[in-house]
Design a protein around this ligand. Structure first.
Ligand code: UDP
Ligand code: MG
Length: 302
């Protein structure tokens, strides 16, 4: 059986259509399925729609979070509740073409254990957004050692892969990168990102920036190495300046002027503060993980 995990946050406008399109398609392809909606604490009537869909079609199941925990949490809740032999993750807004889902399922039948949907085109985006995601994915690709520039959350995983993802204890998970990191037999399917069926994107620019920083910190210690690197550079400059100062002192010309002193204090001071901030971010992360709070809280199920 195929479980399709669908995170939904304020998606009342498209939910009915998603259920209809997916159930008709999977039934016509005679793929045994369940649609598992994870309502990420929606404030609209998404949950009523899910319950409604469940009453009409018992292949539809739903989980309701007690509040908004974010898409990553929703994906992991879906993975742990899924009953299928393979589990696909898909957006609720039909931006991930359902036809590709069938293609992924066929690949799984042929023995691929992790089928990744890769974006052929990124759909409509502003140039600012494109530049920012470019930088983000370059850092992430380095951290995971796999090209992630076209990665998406649209994936289909074998039971084994799902279990190994669920075994990872970290609370701040990044599904897209972790599903590459676990290994297994990988396959890729290209797809075109479609326009959103209805409603609007749930991500504000601020959310995206926080999300990017949190994922970089979760996957890479490169920012900490930046601290080391900056320290080394400043140390080299210090040696050169130090020698120059001593030579000048010995030859009777003391280094003159406050300008140098002020510049040095400003430069080193800001470097130290930035470094402390970066280290603080990692400490905050350790603190959060040691608290051991659950990734999400489920308040209702159907
Ligand atoms: N989503 C979610 N929780 C959130 C934000 C988004 O579960 O806090 C879901 C949303 O319902 C959708 C998917 O994540 O199914 C992708 O969101 P969206 O379409 O808004 O993002 P975009 O396609 O613009 O990247
Ligand atoms: Mg979308």
């Amino acid at each position: 059986m195929l479980t399709v995990v669908i995170p939904a946050y304020n998606e009342e406008q498209v939910l009915d259509k998603t259920v209809q399109v997916l159930s008709e398609l999977l039934a016509s392809e005679s793929i045994p399925y369940e649609l598992l909606f994870v309502d990420d604490g929606s404030k609209d009537h998404t949950w009523e729609r899910i319950v409604n869909a469940h009453q009409k079609n018992e292949n539809v199941r739903g989980i309701h979070f007690s509040r908004n925990f974010g898409k990553e949490a929703a994906i992991f809740a879906g993975l742990s509740e899924a009953r299928g032999d393979c589990v696909a993750v898909m957006d609720c807004d039909l931006q991930h073409p359902p036809g590709t889902l069938v293609e992924m399922y066929r690949m799984w039948v042929d023995g691929v254990e992790v089928v990744e949907g890769v974006k052929r085109t990124r759909g409509k985006e502003s140039s600012m957004h494109r530049a920012a995601t470019g930088i983000f994915y370059r850092i992430m690709s380095k951290a995971v050692k796999i090209d992630m520039s076209r990665a998406s959350d649209f994936k289909l995983l074998d039971r084994k892969a799902v279990e190994s993802l669920l075994e990872m204890p970290e609370k701040n998970a990044f599904f897209r990168a972790m599903s590459s990191w676990i290994g297994f037999v990988h396959g890729q399917v290209e797809f075109d990102v479609k326009e959103r069926e209805a409603g609007e994107s749930k991500w504000s620019t601020r959310m995206l920036i926080t999300y990017a920083i949190s994922n970089i910190v979760g996957f890479s210690t490169a920012p900490m190495q930046f601290v080391t690197g900056a320290g080394i550079v400043v140390f080299l400059i210090a040696i050169i300046l130090g020698i120059q100062t001593i030579v000048r002192y010995c030859t009777g010309h003391a280094v003159e002027g406050f300008t140098t002193v002020i510049l040095l204090i400003l430069l080193i001071g800001s470097l130290i503060m930035i470094s402390l901030g970066i280290i603080g971010y990692y400490i905050a992360r350790i603190y959060e993980e040691t608290k051991g709070r659950p990734r999400y809280i489920i308040s209702r199920k159907v």
